[in-house]
Design a protein around this ligand. Structure first.
Ligand SMILES: [Zn+2]
Length: 213
């Protein structure tokens, strides 16, 4: 599904299986955000084929965090594809889950602040809470925020998994709620599009979920 020029969303709708939404930023370079589970990568592959991009043309994969339903399929991409995640998350997930699935070796680490890829400028925002090194990726030109499992349409990320922290999740949500966002591109569920809709989504979440964090 094309969201706007330069962004496709592969929304995961098979709710019987836990997998994440994958996003393709196709500009001068092709960037894939959160490729998902390895055994479900066929879905991404098909979606890429449908828009005429083969997986070996992906230049960079960015993982919002280290859970296998976001990260595992990095290994399905070729050696020419770079991979990036936060250093804190890499350390955490290697220690916690390294024996359960293959943690890909980052080509570089994501750090809070500017991230320039080709002609595009992004901002990496450290948003711990769902996991210690979770990040959101902000695309200022498009006012688009890739949230991973921090926040969804009408819901929030789990904090009961190892390394989760409700207080931190709350602070992270507060932080991104102050950003200028037109597209909330979450790791699961439907996209929230429109400034007003995004604002309302943050309000609902603050009103409903913040008492439980
Ligand atoms: Zn997760």
């Amino acid at each position: 599904m094309k969201i706007f020029d330069g962004l496709h969303a592969f929304i995961w709708r098979a709710y019987a299986q836990n997998n994440c939404n994958t996003y393709l930023i196709d500009g001068e370079l092709n960037i894939l955000v959160d490729p998902g589970h390895l055994h479900l990568f066929d879905n991404v592959h098909k979606n890429l084929n449908a828009i005429g991009i083969s997986p070996d043309r992906i230049d960079l994969v960015i993982a919002t965090h280290g859970h296998p339903d976001h990260l595992e399929a990095v290994q399905a991409l070729g050696k020419s594809t770079m991979f990036a995640m936060s250093a804190e998350e890499y350390r955490f997930i290697s220690e916690f889950a390294g024996k359960y699935f293959k943690i890909p070796e980052p080509y570089f680490f994501l750090q809070e602040g500017n991230l320039v890829i080709g002609e595009e400028r992004f901002e990496v925002v450290a948003t711990p809470g769902h996991s210690p090194g979770s990040i959101c990726l902000y695309w200022p030109l498009k006012k688009a925020l890739f949230t991973g499992d921090l926040i969804f349409s009408q819901s929030i990320g789990r904090t009961d998994l190892p390394g989760g922290n409700g207080g931190m999740l709350k602070e992270s949500i507060k932080r991104v709620s102050e950003m200028d966002v037109q597209y909330l591109l979450s790791g699961h569920g439907e996209i929230v599009a429109g400034k007003k809709e995004v604002k309302m989504n943050f309000e609902k979440i603050k009103n409903y979920w913040f008492d439980y964090l």
